[in-house]
Write a protein that binds this ligand. Structure first.
Ligand code: TXA
Ligand code: MG
Length: 312
């Protein structure tokens, strides 16, 4: 028996509408991946340029063949190990996959998300759901249904509320469509995890077609700087109008104390930045995070948030 919400969501998708739904990483803005008119609505709702490709979410790995061709052995190995989970595979696209999905490229990004609501929706729908993160273009990804409502409001037909996303940052993206496998976006599943599974090292490629890989992305409206705790303490002592995200307690009411472990830090990161963005400060100061592989994806998102401050 399907819940009424899922039933309703499937009807909306079948009639070409937009459904925001939770995944373990962030909320997605979903449309029927085989309906170009529906996919066009995603771009309108996000305010996103049309040459940006969109990930297709699948109910299971057995659907790979409808969307990709010449699927290499490495894709099977990664899918077996990490799906359902926060990993997107970029593969040569199957004939018939819309240019709107691929951004006009020969490849398609695919993932099976690990969230009970997402999986229930995908299984009930029975086919691919195209879904970028459910935020306005260039803004922070939403990790609660409330964030989606704030970002997209009435431009989405239904928001399925599945609580707070556990991972909190977007999926790891691995490109298997070229000669050597490449890491396009770091995520909770680390470079080392992938290399271990493939028994091969990954090259780093930043595709200019991946908006997540443009420097000015994942940004709050308030400028962000990543600094030492001493600089934060100085700014507070000088009564500068700053909002603070630090692992140590800062002597300011406009501060949030972040978790010291990478998983919790990542889970809360976007909600924390959203809250700090709303404090009406001149700048958000983020304390430097530790070195090390488990912080790589967080470092990537913070660097982008800070980089985009230079453009705003
Ligand atoms: O965790 C996630 O991946 C979330 C949830 C909703 O699944 N989705 C997400 O989608 O972050 P989006 O569109 O905000 O970011 C997807 C990234 C973009 O940078 C896009 O350019 C890249 O994936 N991408 C998708 N298809 C691609 C392709 N064929 N080649 C290269 N990059 C691709
Ligand atoms: Mg996004």
């Amino acid at each position: 028996m399907l819940s009424a919400d899922i039933q309703h969501a499937v009807e909306i998708l079948r009639s070409g509408g937009l459904v925001a739904f939770p995944t373990e990483t962030v909320y997605g803005l979903g449309a029927d991946a085989s309906n170009p008119a529906a996919i066009r609505r995603i771009f309108l709702a996000k305010g996103r340029p049309q040459n940006h490709p969109v990930i297709v979410h699948l109910p299971s790995a057995s659907h790979l063949f409808h969307w990709a061709r010449n699927v290499p052995e490495s894709a099977h190995r990664l899918a077996q190990e990490y799906w359902p989970g926060p990993l997107t595979l970029v593969l040569p696209r199957a004939p018939g996959v819309s240019d709107l999905i691929t951004g006009g490229q020969d490849t398609v990004g695919l993932r099976v998300p690990n969230h009970p609501v997402a999986l229930e929706l995908l299984r009930a729908f029975g086919s691919g759901i195209a879904a970028p993160s459910a935020n306005r273009f260039g803004r922070l990804s939403p990790t609660t249904a409330g964030h989606v409502r704030d970002e997209l409001g009435d431009s989405v037909d239904l928001i399925v509320d599945g609580g707070t996303c556990e991972v909190g940052i977007e999926s790891t993206i691995v490109d298997l469509s070229r000669d050597a496998p490449a890491l396009l976006r770091p995520g909770e599943i680390s470079r080392r995890d992938i290399e271990w599974t493939l028994m091969q090292s990954l090259t780093t490629q930043s595709s200019t077609r991946a908006p997540g890989s443009l420097p000015a992305h994942y940004a709050p409206r308030t400028p962000v700087r990543v600094v030492s705790f001493e600089e934060i303490a100085d700014a507070i002592a000088n009564q500068t109008n700053v909002a603070v995200l630090s692992m140590r307690a800062a002597a300011s009411q406009r501060s949030i104390q972040a978790a010291e472990d990478a998983r919790t830090y990542a889970r809360d990161l976007y909600a924390n930045l959203r809250a700090l963005d709303q404090m009406g400060c001149e700048i958000i100061l983020v304390e430097n995070i530790p070195e090390g592989e488990e912080w790589a994806a967080i470092r990537d998102r913070l660097t982008r948030a800070a980089a985009s401050s230079w453009h705003s």
